[in-house]
Design a binder for this molecule. Structure first.
Ligand code: HAM
Length: 420
């Protein structure tokens, strides 16, 4: 019988509590990012992972790589073409329009798996996780600063080194279109020098030629028209101002070649990259997409957002240890479990902030203590026969700064635990 294995480019993620393991870090990264979003008063939205495939064709764009060749889709029993979402923004806007919420302002966040049929490599998967935010209903101005502030908070919180935020402005839709036309006119005489991939981009999505990894194309592009000659002074001023305000916190570069791969963008766009990631170096990206709502049949609704690639973030995030206290409860005689378990149950209910790990496996006190040390526990609570008969417990701190071992009454244990 053929062995059944996971699909190419789709990872299993395990949490073994070890923060040097990227997979364990992913779960911690999710929690920290969620806290940052809540700290900025974003509200959660959860949309289905399956959508009408037309949603992505009309938003992300027919000419984008994502829709062109990466979409996971199938026909359902009614012969409707369904897509596994390749990103979250289109679904959020679809949902807001459907609920008739497209006349008010919103700050929304989401987190979940996305699917793109890409050629898998380090940092590029066919199923990956994104956490994203979208600010809806507010035109260009303050939301741009809020976005970059969130990016700087992420960089600070995860102690990211060797990273930079690239920002650009694509102008209004007409500016983007005139620039696109000028770029095509410029590249026309060089067609014979472009590789197949760049020729394809030139035909379907000319701005993406600017992202070319081909060194010869990049030489040709040195003399190409620049978006900065097609946008207003106010757009350039916005870039300068954002750079000035945040440069003390994070490295920010104005990069007029940054175009982003999804069609719905116009105006301010950004991406954060880390040189620690290798070829797939962008760990988040976003921008303004003021036309998307009306394009999908909703009201005119200015909008801006971004998404973080969680696997890439977990790869570079520095998380020394998991926040919050950990206590290990050791029952030191096998016939005592039911009674001691009740004490542990009560402890958990009086302080839900503390993680209480009860040692469930058989084994000597010594081996249980070793495990508690390895888990980085702050305290061990030990109850043996003598303690249970006397209604006492031993509290043993495992870190020097936490003081001396003590024996306390069960009531004393409850108050100690409550005050942790
Ligand atoms: P995106 O740039 O396509 O933007 O994706 C955002 C991030 O998702 C990337 O920077 C990267 O870290 C991660 N990512 C993308 N593809 C993969 C992959 N195959 N494997 C692993 N990670 C990946 C968007 O998705 C937009 N919806 C962002 C946005 C929100 N714009 C406005 N609002």
């Amino acid at each position: 019988m053929d062995k059944i294995q996971s699909l190419t480019g789709m990872l299993d993620q395990y949490d073994d509590g070890d923060m040097s393991n990227t997979s364990s870090k992913l779960f911690e990264v999710e929690k920290i990012i969620k806290n940052i979003f809540l700290n900025y008063k974003f509200q959660e939205i959860r949309t289905p992972v399956l959508e009408d495939a037309n949603l992505f064709i009309r938003s992300v764009g027919n000419s984008s790589d994502i829709v062109n060749k990466e979409i996971y889709s199938f026909n359902d029993r009614n012969d409707k073409t369904i897509a596994m979402r390749p990103e979250g923004t289109a679904s959020v806007i679809r949902s807001v329009i459907e609920k008739k919420l497209d006349q008010t302002t919103h700050k929304l966040w989401y987190l979940g798996p996305m699917w793109r049929y890409e050629r898998p490599q380090k940092g590029r998967y066919r199923q990956f996780n994104q956490a994203g935010i979208e600010i809806l209903g507010i035109p260009e101005g303050l939301p741009e600063y809020e976005m970059i502030s969130v990016v700087c908070s992420l960089i600070e919180e995860f102690k990211l080194k060797n990273c930079s935020i690239k920002i650009n402005h694509l102008g209004a839709r007409e500016n983007k279109e005139s620039f696109c036309k000028a770029l095509v006119d410029f590249l026309e005489p060089f067609k014979k020098d472009l590789d197949k991939k760049d020729l394809d981009r030139l035909k379907k999505n000319p701005l993406r030629v600017l992202d070319s990894k081909n060194a010869e194309t990049q030489i040709i592009l040195q003399k190409a028209p620049s978006i900065k000659d097609f946008i207003d002074q106010s757009s350039i001023d916005l870039l300068e101002s954002i750079k000035n305000e945040f440069s003390e916190l994070c490295r920010i570069e104005i990069d007029h070649n940054l175009v982003r791969g999804l069609d719905y963008y116009s105006g301010f766009v950004f991406e954060a990259t880390s040189s620690e990631l290798g070829a797939q170096d962008s760990f988040l990206g976003g921008g303004r997409y003021d036309q998307l709502s009306s394009q999908l049949g909703g009201k005119d609704m200015p909008a801006i957002g971004m998404a973080i690639g969680l696997e890439r973030m977990a790869n570079i995030a520095k998380i020394d240890h998991v926040n919050g206290k950990l206590v290990t409860f050791v029952i030191a005689a096998s016939n005592l479990e039911p009674k001691a378990y009740k004490i542990a149950h009560h402890l958990r209910s009086i302080n839900r902030e503390i993680t209480l790990d009860i040692s469930l496996s058989e084994g000597s006190l010594k081996s249980k203590m070793r495990k508690a040390n390895k888990n980085n526990s702050d305290y061990v609570i030990i109850i043996g026969e003598e303690e249970l008969n006397n209604r006492t417990a031993v509290i043993k701190p495992l870190k020097d700064e936490l003081g001396e071992q003590q024996t306390v009454s069960i009531e004393g244990l409850y108050s100690f635990y409550e005050s942790l």
